[in-house]
Design a protein around this ligand. Structure first.
Ligand code: CP3
Length: 359
């Protein structure tokens, strides 16, 4: 059994009996759990207020502010989970990589990583055991998790990280790109350099996840948002092993492992196989179809974010349809098929939570 720093056994206590964790373990709790990817963010006026005068990455490194922003959507909507307010590039920043987040754009790297020499020049990560520089720098994440638990009370906290392909898509391209062409080129042209980069990213993400779980997160989600641009055979050969390596960093900890990417209909089975215990489904695959393809696997998803701007009748019909299709899976955590669009009316999200809880 793994003990938390406070001496309590991991995943004991109220959060492990929460509807979220029960559903992620394959149970159907009385109340169907619901939360939203990117629930903490610009759709909330209290978020915009809290973030005033602070850059995104500064905010991620301020434990009290992280806790406040993590708790905001739980307070407002009554969702069944908080997700740590952070970003997939935070572990890279903490490792010493020169990265910023440009508002309205996304992560931007000072030096794209494209050659064997670039990969060799990445900061050393050490290991959790040797308390090297990276592990120590993760203390700010541990503090942010502890502070968030303090505000969340009984509501479980989800920890997360970016999967190696999605991190590499930014690192190789140097910033956001439409189809991740530079990353997919490197994967084919220089597989050895590619694999080395993927392994580095896997350890950075894996140690980041592990720190969140040991500080008290009740479940983890690994985002491979952009891996849908990779064909299946190349995913299996050049991406899945590194994803498995991320999951192996938390494999001895008894927390559910959700895995999610967009446009990943061709990869669902392989992504599950990489070490997930539950799968997030994007809008392109109906949940009943996903349930047939992933027998016995708890599913999360997949309300279309595009429906959030429609009249309530259309939203309600869509949510009911998603919940009905979700009955084909052993269990279902209601979520969107991707993140909350920043211009979403937050009252719509609250109404969806009430609708799902009332079904
Ligand atoms: O509420 C939550 O879901 C937790 C917070 C969270 C953020 N980023 C906060 C954030 C999570 C889980 C992420 C993960 C993330 N970051 C992913 C994977 C999930 C996904 O949406 O696919 C990716 C691809 C990133 C990279 C990234 N960071 C992008 C594309 C952006 C948006 C840039 C912009 O301004 O539109 C960011 C910045 C970011 N991360 C914001 C938030 C709330 C916006 C920052 C702001 O408020 O200005």
């Amino acid at each position: 059994m793994v003990l938390l720093p406070n001496g309590h056994p991991l995943v004991a206590g109220s959060a492990s009996a929460s509807p979220l964790v029960r559903a992620l373990r394959g149970d159907r709790p009385e109340r169907t759990p619901v939360w939203f990817m990117r629930q903490a963010g610009r759709s909330l006026p209290e978020y915009r207020e809290a973030r005033k005068g602070t850059t995104m990455l500064e905010a991620c490194l301020d434990p009290a502010l992280v806790a406040e922003i993590t708790a905001q959507p739980v307070r407002r909507h009554g969702v069944d989970a908080g997700i740590l307010f952070s970003d997939i590039v935070v572990p890279l920043l903490l490792a010493g990589v020169d990265v910023t987040i440009k508002p309205g754009v996304g992560p931007v790297f000072a030096s794209p990583v494209r050659t064997a020499a670039d990969v060799a020049a990445l900061p050393s990560l050490g290991s959790a055991a040797d308390r090297g520089g990276f592990d120590r720098s993760l203390d700010v994440v541990r503090q942010a998790v502890s502070a968030s638990l303090g505000l969340l009370g009984e509501t479980p906290l989800i920890g997360f990280a970016g999967a190696p392909f999605t991190l590499a898509a930014y690192m190789v391209d140097g910033g956001p790109s439409r189809d991740h062409l530079e990353a997919r080129r490197l994967m084919i042209a220089d597989p050895e350099t590619w694999d080395a980069l993927m392994n580095w990213a896997a350890d950075a993400a894996g140690l980041f996840l592990r720190a969140q779980v040991l500080a008290g997160a009740s479940a983890v989600q690994l985002f491979d948002s952009w891996v849908g641009s990779v064909p299946r055979d190349r995913y299996v050969a050049r991406c899945a092993p590194a994803t498995a390596r991320v999951f192996s960093h938390v494999g001895d900890l008894e927390v559910p492992r959700i895995h999610f990417g967009t446009h990943t209909g061709h990869l669902l089975e392989d992504m599950k196989e990489a070490g997930a215990t539950a799968m997030g489904i994007d809008v392109t695959v109906p949940l009943d179809e996903a349930a047939r393809r992933l027998p016995g696997v708890p599913l999360q998803g997949n309300i279309d974010p595009a429906v959030l701007g429609a009249p309530w009748e259309a939203i309600e019909a869509h949510v009911r349809d998603v919940v009905r299709r979700g009955l084909a899976a052993p269990s279902h955590v209601v979520n969107l098929g991707h993140g909350v669009p920043p211009d979403t009316d937050p009252e719509v999200l609250t109404r969806i939570v009430d609708l799902v809880h009332g079904l």
